[in-house]
Write a protein that binds this ligand. Structure first.
Ligand code: NAD
Length: 312
């Protein structure tokens, strides 16, 4: 039975990844400090093949068993979190990534870095292919996250080139689904919460900025395919179906049947105007395509909010 380490495994994406890996017959060691994740996200994984280690990965990581793959997801990820935790975000991207790569090197394991579309910053090329180097403000408030991920990518390539570690880099575009925290500040959980409460949906700016939303099951399938491939260069995984924030707000109102209105608030600093993955490489290398349409994914996410509320 292959053993996978998932750093950040008690977070939103990490918990879905742990679940998918267990379903595929892997043993899973989840390492998480619970800084932004929770034991509630993994409490259903009561499986002999699942092991949780509470640990801050900016400190040396120790795993007392052979490891085949290290999935490195630990990092504050929503703007609310990384603006609250700027130094930790930089430390996780640097020391944390160094420790996770060190673990992969020591275990001769494949290593996968969860990077982000934010490495493209406010892009001047649209849609964004992996060959685009980005347009990032290093000293703005978002720089702590964007630059931490860019540094983590550079370190991953250095471990690959100099130390011979078998590495992969996935650039994740906005992903949504069950287990997102309702107050994490990201657009979909915020709009869903507001719509359910019949409160106004708060759209930043004039709502013409675009995002491309990928349902979590599609993303996790792509990540596992990439880990199981031999690819070393970055691969975008995201849904190329691009929506304005106003279109997203309308979709949430439609799916929830809410009577909420839309109100407009000031645009955050350095908010990217557009975001759309070019997924040609994912299609060619992995045969990967997203399958879940936005309205369907929103319905599945909505259903899970009801289930979570009933459990609480
Ligand atoms: P999340 O906040 O739900 O999960 C992150 C997890 O990392 C949490 O469980 C947190 O407790 C853990 N963590 C943070 N610092 C840690 C530390 N020092 N030591 C150990 N654990 C630590 O966020 P998410 O949305 O699940 O994101 C997971 C990864 O995917 C992140 O690396 C993020 O940058 C990347 N990503 C996510 C998206 C998205 O749309 N969700 C988009 C792009 C990239």
């Amino acid at each position: 039975m292959p053993t996978c380490v998932v750093t950040g495994g008690a977070g939103f994406l990490g918990s879905h990844l742990c679940e998918a890996l267990l379903e595929r017959g892997n043993r899973v060691v989840c390492i998480d400090s619970l800084e932004t994740g929770s034991l509630g996200n993994i409490e259903h994984l009561r499986d002999g093949a699942f092991h949780f280690i509470g640990h801050d990965i900016t400190e040396h990581i120790r795993v007392d068993e052979p490891v085949d793959v290290v999935y490195h997801l630990a990092s504050p990820a929503s703007p609310i979190d990384y603006l609250r935790l700027p130094l930790l975000t930089l430390k996780v991207g640097s020391y944390g990534t160094h420790n996770a790569l060190g673990l992969a090197k020591a275990k001769r394991a494949r290593f996968l870095l969860a990077s982000t579309s934010e490495v493209y910053g406010d892009p001047q090329v649209h849609p964004q292919p992996e060959t685009y180097w980005g347009h990032v403000n290093p000293i703005g408030p978002r720089g702590v996250y964007d630059e931490a991920k860019r540094y983590a990518e550079a370190m991953t390539m250095a471990y690959h080139r100099q130390q011979g570690v078998d590495t992969a880099i996935v650039r994740i575009f906005n992903t949504y689904g069950p287990r997102m925290r309702p107050h994490d500040g990201r657009a979909i959980p915020t709009f869903l919460r507001q719509a359910i409460d019949e409160k106004p949906l708060t759209v930043f700016g004039d709502g013409s900025q675009t995002r491309s939303f990928c349902y979590v099951d599609d993303l996790v399938r792509g990540i596992v395919l990439l880990a199981e491939s031999g690819e070393h260069l970055p691969v975008n995984i995201g849904n190329p179906s691009e929506k304005t924030l106003l279109e997203l707000a309308d979709a949430v109102i439609r799916v929830t049947g809410s009577s909420s209105q839309i109100v407009f608030e000031a645009l955050p600093v350095d908010d990217p105007q557009v975001r759309q993955p070019d997924i040609t490489r994912a299609r060619q290398l992995l045969g990967w395509e997203p399958e879940v349409e936005l309205d369907d994914g929103l319905r599945r996410t909505l259903a899970s909010i009801g289930r979570d509320a009933a459990r609480a």
